[in-house]
Write a protein that binds this ligand. Structure first.
Ligand code: MLT
Length: 264
């Protein structure tokens, strides 16, 4: 489906009925990465998964995409669909956006899922790398970004067809969107101080072999958020929802049952 929010066209998936689960995707992917979760959850939940600005079928305007802007785009989509509150899930960049969403739209979040993400901001070195990659995308397109990122996204024994699917998804991404999100991630604030203020039920999930946002980051999130739980999935790297969908979905459904069971 498509709609206009904050001056851009946004494409989104909207399936199922029940408590609303809003899923925010990783960089440089799209809502397509949530396909196994849409299928697993749609029988009991309404799952909303937008393509963030710059990605998938959404517009890619020029400029820096701050995490605040991406959070406000998601909130504006909820406004349009007249959805007051959600269970919010974000993976990696989606987690950075989730922290911004919590700061700006806290009353709309009933529970939180943080997958393969971190609270901290970039180092100076990390910011410089993002800027050189933004320029690389602008000059040479998405393909070199795909080549650079793919080895870190999946565990070594990931199926070849998953690798090919992700490569195709990244290569098809608008380079303006890639550059906008890279610059937005580089500019994101440190959310570590926010962790102690999160009082809603929270599930942290991480792939045991994730090198981009390693299990130590997930442990920091879990230690910082009172009452949160942590699930570490063996045999998965940065995208456990795609690499180990059965186990990821079981963790998700178990959590949702606890927090969403009595919520219509
Ligand atoms: C992602 O998967 O969203 C990115 O790896 C996040 C990042 O580059 O920090």
């Amino acid at each position: 489906m498509e709609t206009n929010v904050n001056g851009i066209r946004v494409r989104y998936d909207d399936v199922g009925e029940g408590p609303v689960v809003l899923l925010l995707h990783a960089f440089p992917l799209s809502a397509a990465m949530w396909r196994p979760q849409l299928e697993a959850l749609r029988g009991r939940y309404r799952v909303l998964a937008p393509d963030g600005r710059g990605f998938g079928g959404s517009d890619a305007p020029p400029g820096l995409y701050s995490m605040d802007q991406l959070a406000d785009d998601a909130a504006a989509l909820l406004d349009q669909l007249q959805i007051p509150e959600v269970i919010l899930g974000g993976l990696s960049m989606g987690g950075y956006v989730a922290f911004a969403f919590l700061r700006r739209h806290r009353a709309r979040v009933r529970a939180l899922i943080l997958a393969d993400t971190r609270a901290g901001a970039d180092s100076d070195e990390g910011r410089a790398k993002r800027e050189s990659n933004a320029r690389l995308a602008e000059e040479q397109g998405a393909t070199p970004i795909a080549e650079q990122m793919l080895p870190a996204l999946l565990a070594l024994d990931a199926p070849a067809d998953l690798h090919d699917e992700l490569r195709a998804l990244i290569v098809a991404t608008n380079p303006t969107g890639i550059a906008g999100a890279l610059r937005g991630m580089a500019a994101r604030p440190d959310s570590s101080a926010d962790l102690g203020e999160i009082t809603i039920p929270t599930l942290v999930i991480v792939g045991a072999e994730d090198t981009l946002t390693p299990p130590a980051e997930a442990q920091r999130l879990q230690a910082g958020i009172a009452g949160s739980s942590l699930v570490t999935l063996p045999g998965a790297a940065h995208l456990p929802n795609l690499e180990r969908p059965v186990e990821f979905n079981a963790a998700l459904l178990g959590f949702l049952e606890k927090v969403g069971g009595d919520w219509g």
